[in-house]
Design a protein around this ligand. Structure first.
Ligand code: NAI
Length: 258
């Protein structure tokens, strides 16, 4: 039976490239997105997430081997905590028992190089506490005082931290589920098109995310790393944040990793 992967954000950018790569290698993909997907759902609300999970379970008859969460937004708005963090974590938690029934279950979530950048601790803490109302209130307050730019890094920082904390807890590693984060640098997708239209923005972006290796990435470059992490071949990589960023993380942090 072909391997089956659920991909959120499958209608555009990285999720779409992944869907195409997985299908090209003969695997099944169940896409979840606001449009053009097998499951049309809005992951920004608890009800939308519950509907998405119910529809995925019904469509697949509870046979799922992998989950990749690409759905995300970057416009400064409290929606970033709703979609980037809770829209991933709640779906992953809800599908975990279904995934655990697979012989080779895998989960990969899409973080960002932004997760290494200055972030708002209160937003990140509220996310990790599972308190969506508090995270939203904080994100809204940051926006109102002109600091909405910190919500995106906060949402991605929280996501990477969640994955690292969760991957070895009961029900994950002991059920054979690998759980990793792919953190892209700048990727050429509809999400970033506007950045390239403004030379000043492009300069800011190049300074914030220097990419000496091959510059901006096509979505396929990120998709192929996701594709490995959720393949049967990945038996021992878990809890890792894999930067697909043309050297940005190294340029910014050097040997801080150690
Ligand atoms: P994209 O805008 O091309 O695709 C995002 C997809 O998510 C879209 O199909 C959109 O409809 C879907 N989506 C948005 N809100 C949703 C909701 N409420 N419910 C269901 N689906 C929803 O963006 P891209 O670039 O492919 O981004 C994918 C992921 O990669 C995001 O999590 C983003 O934060 C992350 N990322 C992107 C980078 C870039 O430079 N493009 C850099 C670093 C991270």
């Amino acid at each position: 039976m072909p391997r089956r992967t659920v991909v959120t954000g499958s209608a555009s950018g990285i999720g779409r490239a992944l869907k195409e790569q997985l299908r090209a290698r003969g695997e099944e993909v169940v896409g979840v997105d606001l449009r053009d997907a097998e499951v049309v759902a809005d992951l920004s609300t608890p009800a939308g997430r519950a509907d998405a999970v119910a529809a995925v379970r019904e469509l697949t008859g509870d046979r799922i081997d992998a989950l990749v969460t690409c759905a995300g937004v970057s416009e400064p708005s409290p929606l970033m905590v709703r979609i980037n963090y809770f829209g991933t974590v709640e779906v992953a938690q809800a599908l975990r028992p279904v995934l655990a029934a697979s012989d080779s279950p895998r989960v990969a979530v899409v973080g960002s190089i932004a997760g290494t950048q200055p972030f708002d601790e209160e937003t990140t803490r509220a996310c990790l506490d599972g308190d969506e109302d508090a995270a939203l209130a904080r994100a809204t307050a940051l926006g109102e005082r002109g600091a909405g730019y910190s919500v995106y890094p906060s949402s991605k920082r929280a996501l990477a931290t969640w994955a690292r904390r969760t991957c070895v807890t009961a029900g994950w590693a002991d059920a054979g589920i690998a759980l990793n984060v792919v953190a892209p640098g700048v990727v050429l997708t509809p999400m970033t098109t506007w950045l390239f239209e403004d030379p000043a923005m492009r300069e800011v972006m190049d300074a914030a995310v220097p990419m000496p290796l091959n510059s901006y990435a096509p979505p396929e470059a990120v998709a192929s790393v996701l594709g490995f992490l959720v393949s049967e071949a990945n038996t021992h990589v878990t809890g890792q944040v894999v930067y697909v960023d043309g050297g940005a993380e190294v340029s910014l942090r050097s040997d801080d990793l150690f």
